[in-house]
Design a protein around this ligand. Structure first.
Ligand code: PHE
Length: 476
């Protein structure tokens, strides 16, 4: 039934939109940092295993639910449940809540990237590479750029699937790939870049802890936009003849490929500008918004502004196309379940998101709390339940995965969704959430980590940030 809800115009358009959702700040900054700090090639090895055993079955299961039903998350779960179990719809509701929660802070970060790009022209970061982010991260600047980002995102989503989302992502995603390639190649020819490659690729299996493995699982989910109905919703606009297996695999490979290229862009750049020792251990924001601007400034006014400008434009494109997909999830549910027209739905949902996002634009603890609840609770549980649903309870998944292919892979993938994928999710979830490393380095239940919270158990972190957000944490 093409038409009423909209369809992608082409396979290319769909893949660009879906890769646009997947490729975001998670790939461009978070992955490189995790790779460098958690054992280099050792982390990559674990990441790739998790990608195949967990990420791939999960994305193919989620996409199949959307493609088969051509419905948004809530209705898709209801329709595919054997015997019509209505309560499965709540999984879709949870996914929608997760996407909305992520939007509460992701939209603020998207605003930062835009502010950095604009700051190239008025010398915002160029004058103050390490202090600019502090100035704009929370407060009036953050609220202003959040407003710009929300307005544009809401406009694109209100224009519909092929008329808005596909048009925009078909332009900005190729541009983003070009930017990343250019910067990888530029870094490759600078003397002194080698230490950067060593930092990301030298395997250190000793650096791998169960905590890192659980972090890798979280990274796979967040990076592939899973557990929030985003891939389900985008797949629901696929044409019948398009293959879930081929497109889903393409999306997974492109997502990982860009993450690796991003690491080959950031670390060699820090190395050839002589900043690797100082900034090699920076956190995600420190890496993107302090270390990189400092590197650009050290390249001098022309090259620095030029490369810095395109780097931040790339970050903005990546974040923006992800934000579009996040907003599309609740909008599609409001359109399908409440019968509201798309333009109005985008305005209502966008308005609500803006109000809550202002809270994280002002208060960094709420910002972090939205992130932790979404990532450590909703997304993990969402992916696990969605995968179990696709494997055990939904009708027609194996057949959908075989369609358009010569060989039968559907039953193997469904078998993975039934067994190994949810088991691995559960194990890594429990390890990372409940255990951490104590000061003495041993495993500790509900560990609070060291003074800097390193090694803190995931659920302890959630508890601490919640207490901080409501002003009840004793900063001794
Ligand atoms: N995948 C995006 C990133 O890596 C984030 C995202 C999550 C986007 C969920 C949409 C849905 O930054």
């Amino acid at each position: 039934m093409a038409g009423a809800r909209g369809n992608w115009n082409s396979s290319f358009g769909f893949v660009m939109a879906a890769v646009g959702s997947a490729v975001g700040l998670g790939n461009l900054v978070r992955f490189p940092k995790e790779l460098a700090n958690n054992g280099g090639a050792a982390f990559l090895f674990v990441y790739l295993i998790l990608l195949v055993l967990v990420g791939l079955p999960a994305i193919l299961g989620e996409m199949s639910l959307g493609k088969i039903t051509q419905m948004s998350p809530v209705n898709a779960f209801r329709k595919l449940a054997e015997g019509g179990g209505k309560s499965w719809g709540y999984v879709g509701v949870a996914g929608m809540i997760a996407a909305t929660l992520v939007m509460f802070y992701y939209a603020v970060m998207t605003g930062w990237t835009l502010n950095f790009f604009v700051g190239t022209f008025y010398d915002g970061w160029y004058d103050d590479p390490t202090g600019f982010h502090g100035k704009i991260a929370h407060g009036p600047w953050a609220i202003l750029f959040l407003a710009i980002v929300m307005t544009v995102t809401l406009y694109v989503v209100s224009r519909g699937v092929s008329g808005g989302i596909e048009k925009v992502t078909s332009i900005i995603m190729p541009a983003l790939f070009g930017i990343v390639f250019l910067m990888v190649i530029y870094a490759l020819f600078q003397p002194g870049m080698g230490a950067g490659y060593a930092r990301i690729f030298k395997p250190d299996f000793g650096a791998l802890t169960p905590q890192n493995i659980s972090a890798a699982t979280g990274q796979v989910f967040f990076s592939m936009s899973l557990g929030q109905g985003a891939m389900l919703t985008y797949a629901s606009y696929m044409e019948k003849k398009q293959s879930v297996a081929i497109n889903g695999t393409t999306i997974a490979l492109a997502d990982t490929g860009v993450a690796l290229l991003a690491a080959m862009m950031i670390f060699p750049t820090l190395a050839f500008t002589g900043l690797l020792t100082q900034y090699g251990d920076a956190g995600t924001f420190g890496m993107a918004f302090e270390a990189m601007p400092t590197a650009f400034v050290s390249m001098g006014p022309v090259a620095g502004r030029l490369l810095g400008g395109i780097f931040f434009l790339g970050l903005f494109f990546a974040a923006f196309s992800s934000a579009i997909s996040l907003l599309e999830v609740p909008v599609s549910v409001v359109v399908d379940n409440l019968g509201v027209v798309r333009q109005k739905a985008a305005l209502i949902v966008g308005g609500i998101v803006y109000i809550f996002a202002v809270v994280s634009a002002v208060n960094e603890y709420w910002f972090e709390l939205f992130d932790l609840i979404a990532v450590n609770v909703f997304i993990v549980v969402g992916v696990a339940v969605t995968t179990v649903f696709a494997g055990w309870f939904a009708k027609g998944i194996a057949k959908e995965l075989d369609s358009g292919l010569k060989s039968r892979i559907g039953i193997y993938l469904v078998w993975m969704m039934r067994t190994i994928t949810p088991v691995l999710i559960l194990v890594t979830f429990l390890f990372g959430g409940l255990w951490g490393t104590g000061i003495d380095g041993g495993y500790e239940f509900f560990s609070s980590g060291d003074a800097e919270h390193n090694g803190e158990a995931g659920f302890h972190q959630l508890y601490r940030i919640f207490m901080e957000a409501i002003g009840q944490w004793d900063h001794a």
